[in-house]
Design a protein around this ligand. Sequence first.
Ligand code: SAM
Ligand code: SF4
Ligand code: SF4
Length: 341
Amino acid sequence: MTNETTPIKDHFGRVLKDLRISVIDKCNFRCTYCMPKEIFGEDYVFLSEKELLSFEEIIRLASVFAKLGVEKIRITGGEPLMRRDLEELIAELNAIPGIKDIALTTNAVMLPKKAKKLKEAGLKRVNISLDAIEDEVFKEINGKGVVARPVLKGIEAAKEAGLGIKINMVVKKGMNESQVLPMARYFKGKDIILRFIEFMDVGNHNGWDFKNVISKKDIITMINHEMPIEPAEENYYGEVASRYRYKDGGGEIGVISSVTDSFCGTCTRIRLSADGKLYTCLFASDGFDIRKKMRDNQLSDVELEEELTHLWGRRKDRYSEERSEEKHQNRRKIEMSYIGG
Ligand code: SAM
Ligand code: SF4
Ligand code: SF4
C-alpha cells in the first residue's frame, strides 16, 4: 500500500474523517441509560474471544481507512480498558501513516493502572465519563455502587501521564440534573473541559423518552444563571460540542445536543463494532459485516478499499434530523455498549 490518501465522500458530500473502534462489548459498570443491569445481568452472553476482531484485523482495517482519509481514531467499548494489552493496539494504530490523533473514551476506573502505558503507546487524549460528583447519585447511575473517587483518581492519573482530558456527563431528567451545577463548580478553573450530553435514544433498552431529555438550552441557562458564560468559536470543522467559556476566565464547557440541535450535516464518523461490523450512523439498525468479508473472502487490500469506499459512498444517514419521522418509529437500533458512542 502507498501512503497516498484518497478522501471519500458519502451521498451528501460528507467526507470520511473519523473512525471509532469499539474493542470490547463488556463493561465493569451497568449505567442505567446504557447497560441496565436488568438486561445485562449475570447470564448475559457477551462476545467470545473468537468473535472479537483481533488486533491484526483492526490494524488492517484502520490502515485502509487511513488511506481513505481517516485521520482521527477513537477507541471505545464497552469499557475499552478491559481489552487486554490495549496499549499494544494503540502503539500499532499510532504507527499508521496518516493517523494524526488517537483518543479513548473510558469510565476511567482502570486508568490509574493504564494511563502511563497508554500515553507512551501514543494515546493523546481521554474522554472520561462521569455523570455525577455526589456519591449517592453516581452509585445509583453506574449500577455497581461505585463512588466518584475511583473516577477522580483516574482523572488524576491521566493528568499525571500528560493526556488531554475532557469529562463527559450525560444529563437525564430524574437521574442527574441535580448534578449539573455541582459538576460545573467542581471542574471550573481546573483546566479540564466538562461536556454535557443530551440523553439520546440509542439502543432499545434504556427507556428513552423525549420528556427525559434535558436540552442544551436548559443546561446553558442553568449554568449561566450562576456562572456567566458566553459562546466560544468552533475549534474545527464538524466539532460536535457547542463551546462556551466562563466570562471570569474559569475555562470552558461544552454541550453535545444530538437531540435538540443535531449536527448530521457535518458528520464525518464511521463506527466499527467489537465484532467487526461497520455502522455509518450511531442510530443504525444494521451494520456491514466486514469481519465476515475479511475472514471468508480473503479480500486483498485493494478489494477492502473498494468495499469501504462503496459503503461510505451510499451513506444517506441523518437520523437526528429525521428522528420524529414515521419510518424511525419502533425501529430496532444498535446498543450503545456495542457500538461505543
Ligand atoms: N465505557 C466507556 C465510557 O463510559 O466512557 C466508553 C463507552 S460508553 C458507551 C461511551 C459514551 O456514551 C459514554 O460517555 C456514555 O455516557 C455515553 N452514552 C451511553 N448511552 C448514552 C445515551 N443513551 N445517551 C447519551 N450518551 C450515552
Ligand atoms: Fe459501561 Fe460506558 Fe455504558 Fe457506562 S456508559 S455502562 S461505563 S459502556
Ligand atoms: Fe452522524 Fe447519525 Fe449522529 Fe447524524 S444521527 S450526527 S448521521 S451518527
